[in-house]
Design a protein. Sequence first.
Length: 271
Amino acid sequence: MFLVTGATGNVGAEVVAALAEAGAPVRALVRRPDAVLPDGAEAAVGDLNTPESLTDALKGVEGVFLLSGYEDMSGLLRDAGVRRVVLLSGGSAALADMDNAVSRYMTLSERAVRESGLDWTFLRPRAFTANALRWLPQLRAGDTVRVQFPQVAAACIDPADIAAVAALALAGGHEGRTYELTGPVAMRPAEQVAVLAAVLGRDLRCVELSDAETRAELEASMPREYVDAFWNFYVDGTLDEATVVPTVPEVTGRPARTFTEWAEAHAGAFR
């Protein structure tokens, strides 16, 4: 049995689907018992920030797909009784920058898993193709898309590709590996908007925000420490999300999906 945390999120939902499609026994950790899951997946209600709520969810579980950043990672892993952990981390874990809020929680999560004594695999994806869904409110309002950090290119990865690697790692044979994960091509935001325009058949206009405009939008939507973290990544340039790595094809045996393929598969979400 495999337990998938964050089972209704961008990546977790794809991991549940990949395991269910492969016929593997999969249990999805959810906060609501009425969560919609693929056929073959069972629901377990619990909260990673409340380890005592996970007793039933962890029964008979061999491997866990785990998200980073929860309050008592060491305690959770110590009491889990599982054999293998596949941790969803990120590229900033390699920076080990304790002054950066995002790098800090990813670094500390990886450290807790390493020190748990369990078999582990770390997944460090760069930006997600699904991040384009943040433009949905603008696309519903009209044909203008305001983009933050317009000069920053990222080799965005399809969450389904992260899930494909995760499902293989959960099955075993990838212990002690750290997988850097990207898509096949680095693109700037304006290039992504152009792809969406073509896929949706709309004449979209991309407006590139200045640093000041970007900062104002971020500060209106998230805590200051996270604004500073992203500023460090994308303005100071500490995080490289543009370099393409071949991990997905090497591990899965097929090419990583392009942003265009992701957009075509998810076009319905934008309409």
